[in-house]
Structures are given as structure tokens and as C-alpha cells.
Design a protein around this ligand. Structure first.
Ligand SMILES: [Ca+2]
Ligand SMILES: [Ca+2]
Ligand SMILES: [Ca+2]
Ligand SMILES: [Ca+2]
Length: 339
């Protein structure tokens, strides 16, 4: 479950990144869907083995609706293993299989992907051979689909940091406001703090993170980056997520840049923090920290307990709009530095 979501304001520095292709190894045990070895688009698994006899090797990859998957096995150091290759969807239903369409007794599958999300491959031996080793390639020919306006057609967030230029113009609306949608799919492999931003917009945008397609609604933001939106999720749990970018109402649509960033360098907290009241609300102010992008406000009922993230600001002051309550409240302010 998504636990806590907060809004924040931030003026961003855009990162550029390049895709680096490299080889990987199988990681045993990988004998069923839940143990599958992850393989990135364009990667090769070098010299896996089907050993002992009867070994099954499962692999997992992320694909985008409309892409053509090209996956095949080939020899490791002249091995001539008789592989049998199968493709499964995220529900573990079989989509395609092949025995000998590759070189010699190796296997090859080409398949147009019917949705954006997780897929699995399984390699087994068709007939026992003296050799047991093979290599596996997963490649995707990207089809530029006209729109990503449905969960099934979502863009795949294939790594952090992620950046993509898109537009909601001419898209349909699957959920959220009546404004047209653009969807992203993100499989978070480790619990960590992430920031989702919709910047450089020419319309009033919002971003919404969900644990399912149009369900398990998390939190949203329509503030930050001018007319755009920034949403920070502290300690985002491991899991699959759908992210919706749309306008705040039906008349709002257009171009935008979507980014997902993680927390990077630690940076110093403000040295002095003062609590007072303004218009009967708790009011905090502090000295600016050099190089800060923004500040994060935390609160707790006890100085010794865990502090919860409660707000974010680019300013050096903050008002607690929840006002005063009977219980005592402690505040802490931390600094978020540029990505
Ligand atoms: Ca193996
Ligand atoms: Ca195995
Ligand atoms: Ca074969
Ligand atoms: Ca919508």
C-alpha cells in the first residue's frame, strides 16, 4: 500500500541520461515466476545453464504496448543446447512459445506486446543434450503509438532518473478529471523516497499515483513547477504503480515533461528553527541553507518518536494549517538539495 504522499513546490534542474546496454547473468534460483531474474530491454543474459537436468529458468522484463518483442537463445562458447522458450503475461498465462526457430536447436519468438507492464520468459531444455548452457537476448522494437491514454498503453518508467516529453492533446480520459490522460507504469524495486514532477507545461496539470489501474488511489498534486505539479512520496514501498498525468479540468490539456527522481546527496538541515504563531496558527521560520531546492517539514507527538512528513516548501517559513490541537506537537525541518 502507498502510505504517505505529500505535495511540494520545486523549480527543477533537468537531468539528461543515456541508456547503457550491458550483459547480465542469470541468478539462481530462478525456477518460477516469483524468482524470475530481471532483464532490461536490450540486455543479454550471457551463459546461463540448464543444470541440473530439468532446471527451469524464468526471466522478467518490462514492455510497452505495441512494441515488438524479439527474444532468442543462442550458444554460449559454441554450446548446442536444445532450448524451449515460452513467453507469459503478468497473470502467468502463456502468450507464445518456440522450440527451434533460432540457430540450430535454439529458440526465437517475435511478438507484438498487447499491454504495457510486466512479462515473463521461461527457458527449459526440450531434449537432453550434452550441453546445458545458452545465452538469451531480449530486445524491443519500439512502435511510437499515437497516445498513452490508457493504463494498458502506459509509458514504461524503465529507470530512475526518468524523463520523458509528452502531450495529453488528442488523448482520451480513462479516469481522474474529465481532462485527457497520459499514463506511466512504474515497478519500484526498493523502498525509497521518490519525486514525481510534471514540469514545462502549457496547461494546469496534476499528477496522481495509484497502486492499480484507476484504483487504489494514492495521492495527487496539482502544485509546483508553475502550472505543473510535483508529488513527493517518502519511503515509497516496493510494488507496481500507475501514474496519471492530466489537466485539472476538461479544458486543460497540452505538452509537458514528466520526471521521476530519487533522493540523492544529503544536505545540511537549517541551523536555527523558530516556532511562533501567526493568525493563531503554528508558524515556523528558519535560516536559508545554501544550495537547497526546498525544505521538508516533519512532525511528531513526541520528540523521541518517528517524525511524519507533513509539508514541503521552497520558502524559509511554513504555516501549519491544521492549527493547534490539545496534544503537543514537535516539528523538524530538513533540506532537499538538487538532483
Ligand atoms: Ca539455470
Ligand atoms: Ca533455474
Ligand atoms: Ca529447441
Ligand atoms: Ca482524465
Amino acid at each position: 500500500m502507498i502510505q504517505m504522499f505529500y505535495r511540494l513546490g520545486w523549480v527543477g534542474v533537468f537531468l539528461s541520461f543515456t541508456c547503457v546496454l550491458f550483459g547480465a547473468s542469470e541468478q539462481e534460483p530462478n525456477d518460477n515466476f516469483s524468482e524470475a531474474t530481471f532483464i532490461a530491454q536490450g540486455d543479454t543474459i550471457f551463459c546461463a545453464t540448464l543444470d541440473p537436468p530439468g532446471d527451469m529458468d524464468f526471466f522478467e522484463f518490462l514492455g510497452t504496448y505495441g512494441d515488438t518483442l524479439v527474444t532468442f537463445t543462442y550458444g554460449c562458447e559454441l554450446s548446442n543446447t536444445d532450448t524451449y522458450l515460452s513467453l507469459f503475461d503478468s497473470l502467468e498465462d502463456i502468450l507464445a512459445y518456440d522450440n527451434n526457430s533460432g540457430d540450430s536447436a535454439f529458440s526465437r519468438i517475435e511478438y507484438e506486446l498487447p499491454y504495457s507492464g510486466t512479462y515473463y520468459l521461461r527457458v527449459v531444455e526440450n531434449e537432453p543434450t550434452p550441453d546445458s548452457s545458452y545465452s538469451l537476448v531480449v530486445d524491443l522494437d519500439t512502435l511510437s503509438v499515437a497516445s498513452h491514454d490508457s493504463c494498458a498503453y502506459a509509458h514504461i518508467v524503465d529507470g530512475i532518473p526518468y524523463q520523458e516529453s509528452s502531450s495529453t492533446e488528442w488523448c482520451g480520459s480513462e479516469c481522474g478529471t474529465p481532462s485527457p490522460d497520459v499514463w506511466y507504469f512504474f515497478s519500484n524495486p526498493s523502498q525509497r523516497t521518490l519525486v514525481f514532477s510534471v514540469c514545462m507545461t502549457n496547461f494546469h496539470a496534476r499528477v496522481h499515483v495509484m497502486g492499480g489501474c484507476c484504483e487504489q488511489f494514492g495521492d495527487d498534486s496539482d502544485e509546483g513547477c508553475g502550472d505543473g505539479a510535483i508529488l513527493m512520496i517518502p519511503d515509497m514501498p516496493i510494488g507496481d504503480y500507475y501514474i496519471l498525468v492530466e489537466g485539472i479540468d476538461a479544458s486543460e490539456f497540452g505538452d509537458f515533461i514528466f520526471q521521476v527522481n530519487g533522493e540523492t546527496q544529503p544536505c545540511p538541515e537549517p541551523e536555527e528553527l523558530t516556532l511562533t504563531t501567526v493568525d493563531s496558527y503554528p508558524f515556523l521560520f528558519w535560516e536559508a541553507v545554501s544550495g537547497a531546492s526546498f525544505y521538508v517539514i516533519w512532525q511528531s507527538n513526541s520528540a523521541d518518536a518517528d517524525f511524519e512528513h507533513t509539508g514541503t516548501t521552497e520558502e524559509t517559513f511554513w504555516t501549519d494549517s491544521t492549527g493547534f490541537s490539545g496534544a503537543q506537537r514537535f516539528y523538524r525541518v530538513t533540506t532537499y538539495c538538487p538532483w
